[in-house]
Design a protein around this ligand. Structure first.
Ligand SMILES: [Cu+2]
Length: 470
């Protein structure tokens, strides 16, 4: 595919002659995204200095029609090259927004036009795909993200109210006293990949946060979501964190899960808590049938009290927002699979094993993350034949739960720690600590495709690989 590829300069003289200018006759883009610094007042007088899209963070909710080609002009008003990745879309590598796949950067102070045909329909998102390495003010640590809704034109729209909730954290810093929530969010059960002998070397530095928000407000700082009894509210959830998996709940209510990563599930159903790894989305509706004032937020008290929540206020209800703990309840993808679980469906002939390991920092500042014993790059290790189906086994031999993402493809969830399932299509899946997840992949998107952990520091320090087509 020949992409129309314009690069120009915002400031004229600096780079004149180096880059082709946007032709004067070029029609206006359907969408313009300007990458520039923003200050977010997430709580009274608590400003976060970050980088956003079009002066806000999250950026505007972008809406595109499935199958209808769009042009997006990205203007980079920062001093570093950027990439905008269209997460969950099946688009060519040249416009996918990942340097590793060969997408050209949007240079500092310049403009680049992306043109693609969005598919499939569903809740997608867009975000920076720049490497950050040791710089906690780059890539997905910044406010460069937003929802991207691909509309099929056939959504029946059986809801009264639609809300978008992105989970975030801010002002990350490094610590070697890292305690994550992965253990608390993992149901007791088998740990099929737990090594017989654990690596006891000292852990490297990991970024953590103590400041949280949903969208651009910490709990209690923004307007509540005002609802009426007897209505149905459609919630689009996104974990836009660069750091950690999160579990949320709305006490007194259940989520009715409709879609995972924007793809309708075979068996929609209730969930009292939802766990989302960075990059994951959940679409669910909530029946508003428990009048009161409630907190929708992180199940972890420390994280919720530090901002990760939002108030849900029924009409004519005025009281302190209520929270009720949800002990012993766990999120389980497989509940939403096809009836009959793993029955039916022929296993693909080709099997790819991916073993995830951590090399603790020891004397180096950061941990190193490996796939099959090696950090990125992997030369011609993961080669797909077009039209073939593959079973991929993610084997997590580390003490973190990793949200792994494959660009430009959807995969079908087949097994989570021995629980078989069918029919759940995803682009990102959390592989539990010492756990194993199997997925099936149809190789039908020729070109380079990046696979990586969606925790920025893991990706930056080795946890990524390129899939190629033969
Ligand atoms: Cu990871």
């Amino acid at each position: 595919m020949k992409r129309r590829d314009f690069v120009t300069c915002a400031g004229a003289t600096l780079c004149q002659g180096m880059l082709p200018r946007l032709a004067a006759a070029d029609p206006a883009a359907d969408i313009t995204l300007r990458i520039a610094p923003v200050a977010l007042e997430i709580a009274p007088s608590h400003f976060i200095s970050t980088i956003g899209y079009n002066g806000i963070s999250p950026g505007p909710v972008l809406r595109m029609r499935e199958g209808k080609t769009v042009t997006v002009d990205v203007i980079n008003d920062t001093d570093a090259a950027e990439f905008v990745h269209w997460h969950g879309l099946l688009v060519p590598a040249a416009v996918d927004g990942a340097e590793e796949e060969g997408t050209p950067a949007v240079p500092a102070g310049a403009r680049r036009r992306y043109q693609f045909t969005p598919k499939p329909a569903g809740t997608r998102w867009y975000h920076s795909h720049a490497m950050a390495m040791g710089d906690l003010h780059r890539g997905s640590y910044t406010g460069q993200y937003g929802f991207l809704m691909i509309d099929s034109g056939t959504n029946p729209g059986r809801y009264d109210q639609e809300i978008f909730l992105a989970l975030r954290d801010w002002e990350p810093f490094y610590t070697d006293q890292y305690v994550d929530m992965d253990e608390a969010g993992t149901p007791p059960g088998p740990q099929p990949e737990k090594p017989a002998r654990l690596d006891t070397r000292a852990n490297g530095l990991e970024p953590i946060s103590q400041v949280y928000s949903i969208n651009d407000k910490a709990l209690g700082a923004g307007e509540p979501i005002r609802v009426r009894q007897g209505t149905r509210v459609l919630v689009h959830l996104l974990n836009a964190s660069a750091l950690e998996n999160r579990t949320i709940a709305l006490p007194g209510h259940e989520f009715h899960v409709l879609a995972l990563d924007g793809n309708p599930v075979p068996t929609p159903g209730p969930a009292r808590v939802i766990t989302l790894g960075p990059g994951e989305r959940v679409d669910a509706y909530i029946e508003m049938n428990r009048p009161g004032v409630w907190i929708l937020g992180a199940t972890d008290d420390m994280i919720r009290n530090a901002g990760l929540g939002i108030v849900i206020e029924y009409a004519n209800q005025h009281r302190e927002p209520q929270w009720v703990a949800q002990p012993g309840v766990f999120w389980d993808y497989t509940k939403f699979g096809a009836a009959g679980g793993g029955a039916g469906g022929k296993a693909p002939a080709h099997v790819i094993d991916m073993v995830f390991e951590k090399v603790p920092g020891g004397s180096r500042p950061f941990n190193l993350w490996t796939i099959n014993g090696k950090p990125y790059p992997h030369e011609r290790e993961f080669v797909l034949q077009q039209g073939q189906r593959y079973r991929i086994n993610f084997r997590n031999r580390t003490d973190d739960s990793h949200p792994v993402h494959l660009h430009r493809h959807l995969f079908e969830l087949i097994d989570v720690n021995g629980k078989a399932t069918r029919g759940i299509m995803k682009d990102t899946v959390v592989v539990p600590l010492y756990g194993r997840v199997s997925v099936d992949l149809l190789a039908d998107q020729p070109g380079l495709s990046l696979f990586h952990c969606h925790i920025q520091a893991h990706m930056d320090y080795g946890f990524k690989a390129l899939f190629r087509y033969a």
